[in-house]
Design a binder for this molecule. Structure first.
Ligand code: IMP
Length: 428
């Protein structure tokens, strides 16, 4: 059972990139399984800050195979920009494999995402407008372009793209009353992208099977978070892919028997970007305190869109729910340092709804919007945590906060991050 999985147990942005980066030093393969450039990981590398949207964080590790898995939707232009940045800095250390089954995000997906959000008005989902939903729509409708199409001869690929653009222009022009896109220019541009990416395209499921047969250690990296899962998340305020562990197994084509550890990344408080209910949200002073001003890159502003994130108290109902639907075996608590200096902390341990108490169920959004969070209060600590490296280095109340999470979720916390730097972690 050589597979470890890292997965966000909230609404995304849990700081998975840093955990993946540290785990990647001990594995042979890192495979990302879903999403596209709606995700964003920040990894600090010396004095250089690396923002990755599609390439798994393992790319910085020599000898690792980085897989962009079959459940992803890939924006070739932004992927090539990431590759270029890594190459310029001589940091493209790993090998990269792009699943031929991954779908391609086309300019019309991005245009349709924006047009559909605008037309929803107050009912907008608050998507990242990266074309994610429309690309997955085409996948389900069996009209998508896959990375395997990038292996077609240039003229055949260009024909396919032109036809797809002309098809979508009907929607853009007639339904959304927007200008159509230039089919010829897009075809030429994507033939260029295909030339660049072709050497990396292959069969991810086979590569994973061969690695596992050879006894190699594999890490699966989920993007977004379990509460944004298309089925188990707060629908319709979700992303369009399966973020849960089962989604990873399905799209990568790997047996569940291979799974050893499932690490749920949990931020020490709670954040959400976009619309949708958020029971522990703090809109006043505490929300602003948790968010930060935006002056630091670790403040709560989206890595991909720059949008301010909504912030609130840690919600253990969502964590218990995520543990149940994805079989978490342990937790990684991130950004504990942000809570330093808050006198009294609150943690949500249950919801009250129509006279009942819920403690491991995240109900449908209509009900989630009505729940009353049940809080427990815990004493805070004043000391900064950035220099802590062992659990006993943490202030007693910070240790108590972690123990409280363990008691109330029944899961061990195996790592705690106390700052953005690569070494700012407490392993237990
Ligand atoms: P989409 O994935 O762009 O379609 O956006 C759907 C919802 O998921 C919106 O609420 C987004 O803000 C949210 N979302 C998508 N990707 C991320 C992420 O990486 N972190 C946090 N939220 C995300």
């Amino acid at each position: 059972m050589p597979v470890t999985v890292i997965i966000g147990a909230q609404w995304g942005d849990e700081g998975k990139g840093k955990i993946t980066d540290s785990l990647a030093g001990h594995v042979d393969v890192v495979a990302r399984y879903q999403g596209g450039d709606n995700a964003g990981h920040t990894v600090v590398h010396g004095d250089w800050m690396l923002r990755l949207h599609q390439i798994p964080s393992g790319i910085l590790h020599e000898g690792v195979l980085c897989v962009l898995g079959g459940g992803m939707v890939i924006n070739p232009k932004t992927l090539i920009a990431e590759m270029d940045e890594l190459q310029t800095r001589d940091a493209f250390r790993a090998r990269m494999l792009i699943s031929g089954r991954a779908h391609v995000i086309m300019p019309y997906h991005i245009a349709l995402d924006g047009a559909s959000e605008a037309s929803r008005g107050a009912a907008a989902i608050g998507t990242t407008r990266r074309g994610i939903g429309p690309a997955y729509q085409d996948k389900a409708a069996r009209t998508g372009l896959r990375m395997y199409d990038f292996r077609l001869p240039d003229d055949k690929l260009a024909d396919k793209i032109r036809a797809a653009v002309e098809d979508k222009n009907v929607l853009l022009e007639r339904l959304y009353e927007q200008p159509g896109l230039d089919a010829e220019a897009i075809a030429a541009q994507f033939v260029g992208h295909a030339g660049r990416l072709r050497p990396y395209i292959g069969d991810d499921s086979l590569a994973l099977a061969e690695s596992l047969e050879a006894g190699k250690q594999v890490l699966f990296e989920g993007a977004q978070g379990i509460l944004l899962d298309i089925d188990h998340g707060t629908y319709p305020y979700v992303t369009s892919s399966a973020t849960v562990l089962g989604g990873g197994l399905s799209v990568l084509g790997v047996s569940p028997r291979e799974i050893k550890r499932v690490i749920g990344a949990v931020k020490a408080y709670q954040t959400r970007v976009g619309e949708g209910p958020f029971p522990t949200e703090q809109t006043g002073e505490m929300g602003a305190r948790l968010r930060g001003t935006g002056a630091n890159y670790w403040d709560e502003f989206g890595t991909t869109t720059g949008r301010p994130r909504r912030c609130g108290w840690l919600d253990l109902v969502t964590v218990r729910y995520s543990a149940r639907v994805s079989g978490l075996t342990e937790l990684a608590v991130t950004k504990l340092d942000i809570l330093s200096g808050i006198e009294e902390l609150q943690v949500c341990v249950g919801y009250r709804l129509d006279g009942k108490t819920l403690d491991r169920v995240v109900p449908p959004v209509e009900d989630l919007a009505r729940v009353e969070p049940i809080y427990e209060r815990l004493p805070g600590w004043q000391e900064p945590l950035g220099h802590s490296r062992r659990f006993r280095d943490l202030p007693v109340n910070a240790q108590g906060y972690i123990r409280f999470i363990e008691e109330r979720t029944g899961l061990p916390v195996s790592v705690i991050t106390v700052g953005p730097g690569r070494d700012q972690s407490v392993e237990r």
